[in-house]
Design a binder for this molecule. Structure first.
Ligand SMILES: *[C@@H]1O[C@H](CO)[C@@H](O)[C@H](O)[C@H]1NC(C)=O
Ligand SMILES: *[C@@H]1O[C@H](CO)[C@@H](O)[C@H](O)[C@H]1NC(C)=O
Ligand SMILES: *[C@@H]1O[C@H](CO)[C@@H](O)[C@H](O)[C@H]1NC(C)=O
Length: 455
Protein backbone atom coordinates (compact mmCIF):
# COMPACT_ATOMS: atom_id res chain seq x y z
CA UNK A 1 0.00 0.00 0.00
CA UNK A 2 2.65 2.46 1.08
CA UNK A 3 4.93 1.35 -1.71
CA UNK A 4 2.25 1.82 -4.27
CA UNK A 5 1.37 5.28 -3.08
CA UNK A 6 4.98 6.33 -3.09
CA UNK A 7 5.47 4.89 -6.56
CA UNK A 8 2.68 6.93 -7.99
CA UNK A 9 3.86 9.91 -6.08
CA UNK A 10 7.33 9.63 -7.45
CA UNK A 11 6.07 9.34 -10.98
CA UNK A 12 3.92 12.44 -10.79
CA UNK A 13 6.69 14.35 -9.15
CA UNK A 14 9.06 13.27 -11.89
CA UNK A 15 6.76 14.59 -14.52
CA UNK A 16 6.28 17.88 -12.78
CA UNK A 17 9.73 18.63 -11.46
CA UNK A 18 12.03 16.02 -12.87
CA UNK A 19 13.17 15.39 -9.27
CA UNK A 20 12.02 12.75 -6.85
CA UNK A 21 12.83 13.85 -3.36
CA UNK A 22 12.60 17.56 -3.23
CA UNK A 23 10.92 18.45 0.09
CA UNK A 24 8.27 19.34 0.96
CA UNK A 25 6.55 16.73 -1.10
CA UNK A 26 3.00 17.60 -2.04
CA UNK A 27 0.79 14.56 -1.42
CA UNK A 28 -1.69 13.28 -3.96
CA UNK A 29 -3.31 10.95 -1.52
CA UNK A 30 -3.15 9.93 2.09
CA UNK A 31 -0.16 8.02 3.35
CA UNK A 32 -0.68 5.33 5.97
CA UNK A 33 1.95 3.99 8.28
CA UNK A 34 0.81 1.16 10.53
CA UNK A 35 2.54 1.75 13.85
CA UNK A 36 0.83 -1.10 15.64
CA UNK A 37 -0.95 -4.11 14.22
CA UNK A 38 -2.77 -6.45 16.61
CA UNK A 39 -2.12 -10.16 16.17
CA UNK A 40 -5.73 -10.91 15.56
CA UNK A 41 -8.12 -8.88 13.52
CA UNK A 42 -11.64 -10.11 14.15
CA UNK A 43 -13.21 -7.27 12.27
CA UNK A 44 -11.85 -4.36 10.24
CA UNK A 45 -13.52 -1.08 9.51
CA UNK A 46 -15.62 -0.73 6.40
CA UNK A 47 -17.61 2.17 4.99
CA UNK A 48 -20.77 2.68 7.03
CA UNK A 49 -19.30 1.38 10.29
CA UNK A 50 -19.55 3.29 13.50
CA UNK A 51 -16.14 3.64 15.10
CA UNK A 52 -14.60 5.03 18.22
CA UNK A 53 -11.01 6.06 18.14
CA UNK A 54 -8.43 8.20 19.78
CA UNK A 55 -6.25 10.53 17.76
CA UNK A 56 -3.60 13.15 17.99
CA UNK A 57 -3.66 15.72 15.16
CA UNK A 58 -0.26 17.23 14.26
CA UNK A 59 1.41 19.26 11.60
CA UNK A 60 4.28 17.60 9.71
CA UNK A 61 6.71 19.26 12.11
CA UNK A 62 5.09 17.40 14.98
CA UNK A 63 3.23 20.35 16.46
CA UNK A 64 -0.05 19.19 17.93
CA UNK A 65 -3.22 21.04 16.97
CA UNK A 66 -5.83 18.70 18.45
CA UNK A 67 -6.15 15.52 20.48
CA UNK A 68 -9.00 13.34 21.69
CA UNK A 69 -6.83 12.28 24.62
CA UNK A 70 -6.78 15.87 25.87
CA UNK A 71 -10.55 15.85 25.87
CA UNK A 72 -10.61 12.53 27.68
CA UNK A 73 -13.08 10.90 25.32
CA UNK A 74 -12.92 8.95 22.11
CA UNK A 75 -14.03 10.39 18.82
CA UNK A 76 -17.17 8.51 17.74
CA UNK A 77 -18.36 8.67 14.17
CA UNK A 78 -19.73 6.82 11.15
CA UNK A 79 -17.06 6.15 8.54
CA UNK A 80 -17.46 7.17 4.89
CA UNK A 81 -20.50 9.32 5.55
CA UNK A 82 -18.73 12.65 5.03
CA UNK A 83 -18.84 13.34 8.76
CA UNK A 84 -15.04 13.50 8.67
CA UNK A 85 -12.52 15.15 6.41
CA UNK A 86 -12.19 13.05 3.29
CA UNK A 87 -8.70 11.85 4.15
CA UNK A 88 -9.79 10.54 7.52
CA UNK A 89 -12.80 8.77 6.02
CA UNK A 90 -10.32 6.97 3.80
CA UNK A 91 -7.70 6.42 6.48
CA UNK A 92 -9.97 4.54 8.87
CA UNK A 93 -11.12 1.95 6.35
CA UNK A 94 -9.47 -1.42 6.89
CA UNK A 95 -8.32 -0.64 10.42
CA UNK A 96 -8.60 -3.35 13.04
CA UNK A 97 -9.52 -2.90 16.67
CA UNK A 98 -6.42 -1.84 18.59
CA UNK A 99 -4.55 -1.04 15.42
CA UNK A 100 -2.60 2.21 15.41
CA UNK A 101 -1.84 4.23 12.31
CA UNK A 102 0.03 7.36 11.50
CA UNK A 103 -1.92 8.95 8.70
CA UNK A 104 -0.64 11.79 6.51
CA UNK A 105 -3.38 13.71 4.78
CA UNK A 106 -2.83 16.24 2.00
CA UNK A 107 -4.75 19.55 2.20
CA UNK A 108 -7.11 18.72 -0.65
CA UNK A 109 -8.37 15.77 1.45
CA UNK A 110 -8.38 17.85 4.64
CA UNK A 111 -9.13 21.58 5.03
CA UNK A 112 -7.78 22.68 1.63
CA UNK A 113 -7.04 26.24 0.73
CA UNK A 114 -9.44 27.50 3.35
CA UNK A 115 -7.78 25.95 6.36
CA UNK A 116 -9.83 25.89 9.53
CA UNK A 117 -10.14 29.07 11.58
CA UNK A 118 -7.08 29.88 13.59
CA UNK A 119 -6.21 26.25 14.00
CA UNK A 120 -5.37 24.93 10.55
CA UNK A 121 -3.59 27.29 8.14
CA UNK A 122 -4.42 27.05 4.42
CA UNK A 123 -2.87 24.19 2.43
CA UNK A 124 -1.82 22.24 5.50
CA UNK A 125 -0.74 18.66 5.37
CA UNK A 126 -2.09 17.01 8.52
CA UNK A 127 -0.72 14.05 10.44
CA UNK A 128 -2.97 11.96 12.63
CA UNK A 129 -1.87 9.35 15.10
CA UNK A 130 -5.00 7.17 15.22
CA UNK A 131 -5.82 4.31 17.62
CA UNK A 132 -8.99 2.40 16.75
CA UNK A 133 -10.89 1.15 19.77
CA UNK A 134 -14.23 -0.04 18.67
CA UNK A 135 -16.20 -0.81 15.55
CA UNK A 136 -19.70 -1.95 14.84
CA UNK A 137 -22.29 -1.58 12.19
CA UNK A 138 -26.00 -1.03 12.63
CA UNK A 139 -26.38 -4.03 10.38
CA UNK A 140 -24.05 -6.18 12.43
CA UNK A 141 -25.61 -9.13 14.08
CA UNK A 142 -24.49 -10.90 17.15
CA UNK A 143 -21.09 -12.48 16.65
CA UNK A 144 -20.57 -15.88 18.17
CA UNK A 145 -17.24 -17.53 18.68
CA UNK A 146 -17.38 -20.99 20.20
CA UNK A 147 -13.98 -21.78 21.61
CA UNK A 148 -14.82 -24.90 23.56
CA UNK A 149 -17.24 -27.56 22.37
CA UNK A 150 -17.93 -30.53 24.61
CA UNK A 151 -17.28 -33.92 23.04
CA UNK A 152 -20.90 -34.94 23.47
CA UNK A 153 -23.75 -32.63 22.61
CA UNK A 154 -27.01 -34.48 22.35
CA UNK A 155 -29.10 -31.36 22.46
CA UNK A 156 -28.77 -27.64 21.73
CA UNK A 157 -30.56 -24.71 23.32
CA UNK A 158 -33.75 -23.65 21.60
CA UNK A 159 -36.20 -20.82 22.17
CA UNK A 160 -38.02 -21.20 25.51
CA UNK A 161 -35.36 -23.41 27.06
CA UNK A 162 -34.21 -22.41 30.53
CA UNK A 163 -30.45 -22.00 30.69
CA UNK A 164 -28.04 -21.74 33.59
CA UNK A 165 -24.72 -20.22 32.66
CA UNK A 166 -21.74 -18.35 33.96
CA UNK A 167 -20.47 -15.28 32.20
CA UNK A 168 -17.93 -12.52 32.20
CA UNK A 169 -18.97 -9.31 30.52
CA UNK A 170 -16.44 -6.88 29.06
CA UNK A 171 -16.57 -3.85 26.82
CA UNK A 172 -15.20 -4.51 23.35
CA UNK A 173 -13.92 -0.95 23.46
CA UNK A 174 -11.08 -1.62 25.83
CA UNK A 175 -11.77 -4.88 27.56
CA UNK A 176 -13.12 -3.19 30.68
CA UNK A 177 -14.83 -5.77 32.82
CA UNK A 178 -18.37 -4.72 33.73
CA UNK A 179 -20.04 -7.76 35.25
CA UNK A 180 -19.56 -11.41 36.07
CA UNK A 181 -21.67 -14.21 37.46
CA UNK A 182 -18.49 -15.78 38.85
CA UNK A 183 -18.10 -12.92 41.29
CA UNK A 184 -21.54 -13.75 42.65
CA UNK A 185 -20.77 -17.49 42.89
CA UNK A 186 -24.04 -18.13 41.16
CA UNK A 187 -25.04 -18.95 37.64
CA UNK A 188 -27.23 -16.59 35.70
CA UNK A 189 -30.49 -18.41 34.97
CA UNK A 190 -32.93 -17.41 32.29
CA UNK A 191 -35.38 -18.46 29.65
CA UNK A 192 -33.96 -17.98 26.17
CA UNK A 193 -35.64 -16.13 23.34
CA UNK A 194 -38.35 -14.68 25.53
CA UNK A 195 -37.02 -11.18 26.06
CA UNK A 196 -35.83 -11.72 29.63
CA UNK A 197 -32.30 -10.75 28.59
CA UNK A 198 -30.95 -8.25 26.07
CA UNK A 199 -31.84 -9.18 22.50
CA UNK A 200 -28.26 -10.01 21.60
CA UNK A 201 -28.00 -12.48 24.45
CA UNK A 202 -31.29 -14.12 23.54
CA UNK A 203 -29.83 -14.63 20.11
CA UNK A 204 -26.33 -15.56 21.24
CA UNK A 205 -27.49 -18.41 23.48
CA UNK A 206 -29.41 -20.22 20.76
CA UNK A 207 -27.71 -23.43 19.71
CA UNK A 208 -25.31 -23.81 22.65
CA UNK A 209 -24.55 -27.20 24.17
CA UNK A 210 -24.14 -28.00 27.84
CA UNK A 211 -20.50 -27.39 28.72
CA UNK A 212 -19.90 -25.15 25.72
CA UNK A 213 -17.92 -21.96 26.05
CA UNK A 214 -18.44 -19.14 23.60
CA UNK A 215 -17.96 -15.44 23.33
CA UNK A 216 -20.99 -13.50 22.27
CA UNK A 217 -20.26 -10.04 20.89
CA UNK A 218 -23.30 -7.84 20.92
CA UNK A 219 -23.66 -4.51 19.12
CA UNK A 220 -25.34 -1.74 21.08
CA UNK A 221 -28.65 -1.86 19.23
CA UNK A 222 -29.03 -5.43 20.53
CA UNK A 223 -27.69 -4.50 23.97
CA UNK A 224 -28.15 -1.24 25.88
CA UNK A 225 -28.31 1.11 22.88
CA UNK A 226 -27.08 4.66 22.65
CA UNK A 227 -27.93 5.30 26.28
CA UNK A 228 -25.98 2.50 27.91
CA UNK A 229 -26.93 1.51 31.43
CA UNK A 230 -25.68 2.03 34.94
CA UNK A 231 -22.22 3.36 35.54
CA UNK A 232 -20.41 0.51 33.83
CA UNK A 233 -21.91 0.35 30.35
CA UNK A 234 -21.50 3.54 28.33
CA UNK A 235 -23.72 4.54 25.44
CA UNK A 236 -23.25 2.72 22.12
CA UNK A 237 -21.06 0.12 23.73
CA UNK A 238 -20.35 -3.20 22.06
CA UNK A 239 -20.45 -5.90 24.72
CA UNK A 240 -18.51 -9.13 24.83
CA UNK A 241 -19.89 -11.92 26.97
CA UNK A 242 -17.74 -14.91 27.66
CA UNK A 243 -20.25 -17.59 28.60
CA UNK A 244 -20.02 -21.11 29.96
CA UNK A 245 -23.19 -23.18 29.77
CA UNK A 246 -23.82 -25.19 32.93
CA UNK A 247 -27.11 -26.80 31.98
CA UNK A 248 -30.46 -26.19 30.39
CA UNK A 249 -33.86 -27.78 30.19
CA UNK A 250 -37.31 -27.06 28.93
CA UNK A 251 -40.30 -26.73 31.23
CA UNK A 252 -42.00 -29.39 29.10
CA UNK A 253 -39.18 -31.89 29.62
CA UNK A 254 -39.82 -35.24 31.26
CA UNK A 255 -37.21 -37.37 32.91
CA UNK A 256 -34.94 -38.71 30.19
CA UNK A 257 -34.29 -42.40 30.72
CA UNK A 258 -31.55 -44.27 28.91
CA UNK A 259 -31.15 -47.95 29.72
CA UNK A 260 -27.43 -48.60 29.87
CA UNK A 261 -27.63 -52.23 30.88
CA UNK A 262 -30.48 -54.71 30.65
CA UNK A 263 -30.07 -58.17 32.17
CA UNK A 264 -31.09 -61.05 29.93
CA UNK A 265 -33.62 -62.22 32.42
CA UNK A 266 -36.13 -59.52 33.13
CA UNK A 267 -39.47 -60.95 34.13
CA UNK A 268 -40.40 -58.93 37.14
CA UNK A 269 -40.47 -55.19 36.62
CA UNK A 270 -40.88 -52.41 39.14
CA UNK A 271 -44.25 -50.82 39.65
CA UNK A 272 -45.95 -48.54 42.12
CA UNK A 273 -45.89 -49.90 45.67
CA UNK A 274 -42.79 -52.03 45.16
CA UNK A 275 -40.00 -51.77 47.64
CA UNK A 276 -36.77 -51.21 45.73
CA UNK A 277 -33.13 -51.04 46.68
CA UNK A 278 -30.81 -49.25 44.31
CA UNK A 279 -27.44 -47.66 43.96
CA UNK A 280 -26.97 -44.28 42.43
CA UNK A 281 -24.32 -41.78 41.43
CA UNK A 282 -25.76 -38.29 41.29
CA UNK A 283 -24.16 -35.36 39.54
CA UNK A 284 -24.89 -32.11 37.81
CA UNK A 285 -24.73 -31.67 34.05
CA UNK A 286 -21.22 -30.28 34.27
CA UNK A 287 -20.13 -33.60 35.75
CA UNK A 288 -19.65 -32.36 39.29
CA UNK A 289 -20.70 -35.03 41.71
CA UNK A 290 -23.49 -34.38 44.20
CA UNK A 291 -23.80 -37.65 46.01
CA UNK A 292 -23.45 -41.39 45.67
CA UNK A 293 -24.75 -44.38 47.58
CA UNK A 294 -21.29 -45.89 47.19
CA UNK A 295 -20.10 -43.24 49.65
CA UNK A 296 -22.24 -44.87 52.31
CA UNK A 297 -21.63 -48.45 51.28
CA UNK A 298 -25.31 -49.29 51.11
CA UNK A 299 -28.24 -49.05 48.76
CA UNK A 300 -30.93 -46.42 48.85
CA UNK A 301 -34.25 -48.04 49.63
CA UNK A 302 -37.67 -46.68 48.83
CA UNK A 303 -41.25 -47.65 48.16
CA UNK A 304 -42.11 -46.60 44.63
CA UNK A 305 -44.98 -44.14 44.36
CA UNK A 306 -44.81 -43.18 48.03
CA UNK A 307 -43.24 -39.74 47.44
CA UNK A 308 -40.04 -40.75 49.13
CA UNK A 309 -37.89 -39.37 46.30
CA UNK A 310 -38.26 -36.57 43.74
CA UNK A 311 -40.85 -37.25 41.01
CA UNK A 312 -38.17 -37.58 38.35
CA UNK A 313 -36.55 -40.42 40.28
CA UNK A 314 -39.91 -42.18 40.69
CA UNK A 315 -40.35 -41.99 36.92
CA UNK A 316 -36.83 -43.15 36.30
CA UNK A 317 -37.17 -46.26 38.46
CA UNK A 318 -40.42 -47.56 36.96
CA UNK A 319 -40.63 -50.72 34.82
CA UNK A 320 -37.10 -51.64 35.74
CA UNK A 321 -35.75 -55.08 36.51
CA UNK A 322 -33.17 -56.17 39.02
CA UNK A 323 -29.66 -55.72 37.67
CA UNK A 324 -30.75 -53.11 35.16
CA UNK A 325 -28.78 -49.86 34.89
CA UNK A 326 -30.08 -46.54 33.73
CA UNK A 327 -28.88 -43.04 33.04
CA UNK A 328 -31.46 -40.49 34.14
CA UNK A 329 -31.58 -36.79 33.37
CA UNK A 330 -34.08 -35.06 35.61
CA UNK A 331 -35.25 -31.50 34.90
CA UNK A 332 -35.57 -29.26 37.98
CA UNK A 333 -39.37 -29.22 37.99
CA UNK A 334 -39.15 -33.01 38.57
CA UNK A 335 -36.11 -32.60 40.81
CA UNK A 336 -35.39 -30.00 43.46
CA UNK A 337 -37.04 -27.08 41.67
CA UNK A 338 -36.02 -23.46 41.74
CA UNK A 339 -34.83 -23.68 45.32
CA UNK A 340 -32.48 -26.60 44.99
CA UNK A 341 -30.95 -28.00 48.16
CA UNK A 342 -28.76 -25.73 50.26
CA UNK A 343 -25.07 -26.36 49.65
CA UNK A 344 -25.83 -29.42 47.52
CA UNK A 345 -28.02 -28.73 44.53
CA UNK A 346 -28.16 -25.27 42.94
CA UNK A 347 -31.58 -23.82 42.19
CA UNK A 348 -33.10 -24.91 38.87
CA UNK A 349 -30.35 -27.46 38.33
CA UNK A 350 -30.76 -30.41 36.00
CA UNK A 351 -29.80 -33.63 37.78
CA UNK A 352 -28.02 -36.62 36.36
CA UNK A 353 -28.40 -40.01 38.03
CA UNK A 354 -26.78 -43.28 37.14
CA UNK A 355 -28.83 -45.93 38.88
CA UNK A 356 -28.65 -49.66 39.29
CA UNK A 357 -31.55 -51.66 40.66
CA UNK A 358 -30.22 -54.12 43.20
CA UNK A 359 -33.32 -55.61 44.79
CA UNK A 360 -37.03 -55.59 44.24
CA UNK A 361 -39.72 -56.66 46.69
CA UNK A 362 -43.14 -56.68 45.20
CA UNK A 363 -45.57 -54.28 46.79
CA UNK A 364 -49.19 -54.87 47.71
CA UNK A 365 -52.08 -53.78 45.53
CA UNK A 366 -52.76 -50.08 45.81
CA UNK A 367 -54.48 -49.11 49.05
CA UNK A 368 -53.46 -52.24 51.01
CA UNK A 369 -50.94 -52.44 53.80
CA UNK A 370 -51.59 -56.14 54.56
CA UNK A 371 -52.97 -58.96 52.49
CA UNK A 372 -53.64 -62.66 52.99
CA UNK A 373 -51.78 -64.95 50.71
CA UNK A 374 -54.24 -67.77 51.29
CA UNK A 375 -57.84 -68.09 52.37
CA UNK A 376 -58.72 -66.13 55.46
CA UNK A 377 -59.29 -68.38 58.46
CA UNK A 378 -63.00 -68.59 59.41
CA UNK A 379 -62.03 -68.48 63.10
CA UNK A 380 -59.92 -65.39 62.85
CA UNK A 381 -61.18 -63.72 66.00
CA UNK A 382 -60.84 -66.83 68.12
CA UNK A 383 -57.34 -67.44 66.79
CA UNK A 384 -56.25 -63.93 67.66
CA UNK A 385 -57.82 -64.03 71.11
CA UNK A 386 -55.16 -66.24 72.56
CA UNK A 387 -56.13 -65.89 76.24
CA UNK A 388 -59.77 -66.36 75.27
CA UNK A 389 -61.11 -63.37 77.13
CA UNK A 390 -63.37 -62.45 74.21
CA UNK A 391 -61.34 -59.48 73.30
CA UNK A 392 -58.17 -58.94 71.34
CA UNK A 393 -55.54 -56.71 72.91
CA UNK A 394 -52.94 -54.88 70.86
CA UNK A 395 -50.22 -57.35 71.82
CA UNK A 396 -52.35 -60.34 70.81
CA UNK A 397 -53.14 -58.63 67.53
CA UNK A 398 -49.52 -57.81 66.79
CA UNK A 399 -48.25 -61.27 67.69
CA UNK A 400 -50.88 -62.85 65.51
CA UNK A 401 -50.14 -60.76 62.41
CA UNK A 402 -46.41 -61.20 62.77
CA UNK A 403 -46.97 -64.94 63.06
CA UNK A 404 -49.04 -64.99 59.86
CA UNK A 405 -46.35 -63.06 58.04
CA UNK A 406 -43.63 -65.36 59.31
CA UNK A 407 -45.69 -68.39 58.28
CA UNK A 408 -46.08 -66.93 54.79
CA UNK A 409 -49.85 -66.73 55.18
CA UNK A 410 -50.01 -63.00 54.96
CA UNK A 411 -47.94 -60.11 53.71
CA UNK A 412 -47.29 -56.60 54.94
CA UNK A 413 -46.56 -53.76 52.53
CA UNK A 414 -42.78 -53.82 52.10
CA UNK A 415 -40.59 -50.87 52.89
CA UNK A 416 -42.52 -49.59 55.88
CA UNK A 417 -42.17 -50.19 59.60
CA UNK A 418 -44.30 -53.34 60.16
CA UNK A 419 -45.24 -52.34 63.71
CA UNK A 420 -46.61 -49.02 62.55
CA UNK A 421 -48.70 -50.77 59.93
CA UNK A 422 -50.01 -53.22 62.52
CA UNK A 423 -50.74 -50.37 64.95
CA UNK A 424 -52.76 -48.67 62.26
CA UNK A 425 -54.61 -51.88 61.48
CA UNK A 426 -55.41 -52.31 65.13
CA UNK A 427 -56.70 -48.75 65.60
CA UNK A 428 -58.77 -49.26 62.52
CA UNK A 429 -60.49 -52.28 64.08
CA UNK A 430 -60.74 -50.77 67.54
CA UNK A 431 -63.81 -48.69 66.75
CA UNK A 432 -64.28 -47.10 70.15
CA UNK A 433 -60.57 -46.65 70.77
CA UNK A 434 -60.56 -48.47 74.12
CA UNK A 435 -57.40 -50.43 73.31
CA UNK A 436 -59.11 -53.75 72.57
CA UNK A 437 -61.13 -55.23 69.76
CA UNK A 438 -64.40 -56.95 70.67
CA UNK A 439 -66.01 -59.56 68.50
CA UNK A 440 -68.73 -57.06 67.59
CA UNK A 441 -66.19 -54.46 66.46
CA UNK A 442 -64.39 -57.13 64.55
CA UNK A 443 -67.49 -58.40 62.82
CA UNK A 444 -68.56 -54.88 61.84
CA UNK A 445 -65.22 -54.25 60.21
CA UNK A 446 -65.27 -57.61 58.49
CA UNK A 447 -68.73 -56.92 57.05
CA UNK A 448 -67.60 -53.56 55.76
CA UNK A 449 -64.56 -55.07 54.12
CA UNK A 450 -67.01 -57.55 52.60
CA UNK A 451 -65.07 -60.49 51.34
CA UNK A 452 -62.03 -58.32 50.88
CA UNK A 453 -58.67 -59.77 51.64
CA UNK A 454 -58.32 -57.08 54.25
CA UNK A 455 -58.68 -57.77 57.93
C1 LIG B 1 -14.24 -14.67 34.39
O1 LIG B 1 -13.62 -13.85 35.32
C2 LIG B 1 -13.09 -14.54 36.46
C3 LIG B 1 -12.65 -13.51 37.45
O2 LIG B 1 -12.08 -12.44 36.83
C4 LIG B 1 -11.98 -15.45 35.96
O3 LIG B 1 -11.47 -16.17 37.04
C5 LIG B 1 -12.55 -16.41 34.96
O4 LIG B 1 -11.55 -17.23 34.41
C6 LIG B 1 -13.26 -15.69 33.84
N1 LIG B 1 -13.96 -16.68 33.08
C7 LIG B 1 -14.08 -16.62 31.77
C8 LIG B 1 -14.86 -17.71 31.14
O5 LIG B 1 -13.64 -15.71 31.12
C1 LIG C 1 -17.64 -17.02 46.44
O1 LIG C 1 -16.99 -18.19 46.90
C2 LIG C 1 -15.67 -17.95 47.33
C3 LIG C 1 -15.01 -19.27 47.64
O2 LIG C 1 -15.96 -20.21 48.10
C4 LIG C 1 -15.69 -16.99 48.52
O3 LIG C 1 -14.38 -16.71 48.95
C5 LIG C 1 -16.39 -15.72 48.11
O4 LIG C 1 -16.52 -14.86 49.22
C6 LIG C 1 -17.76 -15.99 47.54
N1 LIG C 1 -18.32 -14.76 47.02
C7 LIG C 1 -19.61 -14.42 47.17
C8 LIG C 1 -20.02 -13.14 46.55
O5 LIG C 1 -20.40 -15.13 47.78
C1 LIG D 1 -21.06 -45.11 40.30
O1 LIG D 1 -19.71 -44.78 40.26
C2 LIG D 1 -18.85 -45.83 40.67
C3 LIG D 1 -17.46 -45.29 40.74
O2 LIG D 1 -17.18 -44.55 39.60
C4 LIG D 1 -18.99 -47.00 39.71
O3 LIG D 1 -18.17 -48.05 40.13
C5 LIG D 1 -20.44 -47.45 39.71
O4 LIG D 1 -20.63 -48.47 38.76
C6 LIG D 1 -21.35 -46.30 39.38
N1 LIG D 1 -22.72 -46.73 39.56
C7 LIG D 1 -23.66 -46.59 38.65
C8 LIG D 1 -25.01 -47.05 39.04
O5 LIG D 1 -23.45 -46.08 37.56
Amino acid sequence: MIKWVQGVLCLSVLVAFAACNAPPVPLDDILIEKTFEPEQCVRSVKVGDFVRYHYIGMFPDGKKFDSSYDRGSTYNVFVGKKQLIEGMDKALVGMCINERRLVKIPPQLAYGKQGYGDIIPPDSILHFDVLLLDVWNPEDGVQINTYHTPSVCSRKVEVSDYVRYHYNGTLLLDGTFFDSSYSRNRTYDTYVGRGYVIAGMDEGLIGVCVGERRTITIPPHLAYGEEGTGSKIPGSAVLVFDVHIIDFHNPSDNTAVVVTFKPEECEKQTKKGDFVKYHYNASLMDGSSIDSTYNYGKTYNIVLGANQVVPGMEDGLMDMCVGEKRHLVIPPHLGYGERGVTDEVPGSAVLVFDVELVELEEGLPEGYMFIWNDEVSPDLFAEMDKNQDKQVEASEFTDYIIQQVNDGKGRLAPGFDPYRIIDNMFSNQDRNGDGKITEAEFKLKADEAAAHDEL
